[in-house]
Ligand binder design. Structure first.
Ligand code: PBG
Length: 329
């Protein structure tokens, strides 16, 4: 063939391929989500094989090992005892609660690691919703926006007092980023950052996570606050609003099935963009690999590379520590 242009020339050797490589993963691309619980015991998580829910004592050793792997940040998700849950989720701003205790312990043991806390009511809500629930006479649910935002502010202040570096609202209430910024600044926490779950879809891929925390909604679904997976223009509306309200970083969630949305948000803001490879994405890879159907390491690295290539500056992933050890030089 008379072919002056042969793209394969750029792929002819490992050296050539590395020269023209556009996307390189490093340990600092990852954030490690950690499930935590009261007491000294660790437990395996039935809905997420391979993931541990850490007791208070052992969490610190795990955080130190994450830090040693080069992963710069962790995000904490608490399993709260049923007896501490309530319809007003008031345990979420208890300064002696599990999360503030653990934030203080982590910052004392490993001050260099960035501690991100989740701001939302679902682990503390007896209704299992991210906001306050009002039930109408006919049994239908309303999630109360403005009343919820007041509690989210108290929760974020509680995390800031404990020493959180970043608070991360995952609730999808309207106006919460501006309210959190105002509350933090008004209480002397101008340095605490906000990583907003700006574009969070009502995804079936969160199922295993809700199993890990016993936090599934008791009734109804989350479709009046989380977004319809069919929508992309609406993602820009949410992202640009959060930017205007003062978010420091924006997040798209889930990640793998929403690469177009990550790319769209990336192209519309100068803020850092995060993506969350969620529990269902973890489980699809983990279970297929366990059955011997996929090459686990290759698929994990391919999935993370694709999320970064789409435009994510960093990725929340259950594979964080493991992948960091694979990709560091
Ligand atoms: C709750 C929250 C969820 C996740 C992170 N924060 C679940 C939900 O919205 O129901 C999901 C993470 C995952 O699936 O890995 N505010």
């Amino acid at each position: 063939m008379n072919l002056p242009i042969r793209p394969r020339r750029n792929r002819k050797s490992p050296a050539m391929r590395s020269l023209v490589c556009e996307t390189v993963l490093g340990p600092s691309d990852f954030v490690q989500p950690l499930f935590v619980q009261e007491g000294d015991q660790n437990d395996p998580i039935a809905s997420m094989p391979g993931i541990t829910r850490w007791g208070e004592k052992n969490l610190i050793a795990e955080v130190l090992s994450i830090h040693a792997s080069g992963v710069p940040a962790v995000v904490l998700f608490p399993k709260i005892a049923e007896s501490l849950k309530s319809s007003d989720a008031a345990a979420c701003f208890d300064d002696s609660g599990l999360i503030p205790r653990l934030v203080r312990a982590i910052k004392a043991a490993c001050p260099e690691i960035c501690v991100i806390t989740d701001v939302a009511l679902d682990p503390y809500s007896s209704d299992g919703h991210d906001g306050l629930v009002q039930t109408a006479g006919d049994g239908s649910l309303r999630i109360l926006n403005d009343e919820t935002v007041e509690i989210l502010c108290r929760q974020a202040l509680c995390h800031a007092r404990a020493g959180a570096d970043v608070v991360s609202p995952s609730d999808m209430m309207d106006g919460r980023v501006a309210a959190l910024r105002h509350a933090l600044d008004g209480s002397g926490f101008a340095d605490v950052s906000i990583l907003s779950y700006s574009v969070k879809y009502a995804s079936a891929l969160y199922g295993p996570f809700r199993g890990a925390l016993d936090s599934a909604p008791k009734a109804g679904d989350k479709k009046t606050y989380q977004m319809n997976p069919a929508n992309a223009r609406e993602a820009l509306r949410e992202a640009l609003l959060d930017q205007a309200e003062g978010a420091d970083m924006l997040m798209v969630k889930p990640a793998g099935a929403y690469l177009d949305v990550i790319a769209l948000v990336r192209g519309s803001t100068h803020l850092p963009v995060a993506a969350y490879q969620v529990s269902g994405e973890y489980l699809m890879i983990q279970s297929a690999a366990a059955a011997g159907w996929l090459d686990r390491k290759a698929v994990i690295l391919e999935s993370l590379t694709a999320i970064k290539r789409a435009g994510a500056d960093f990725i929340l992933t259950y594979f964080a520590k493991e992948a960091a050890l694979w990709v560091r030089e």
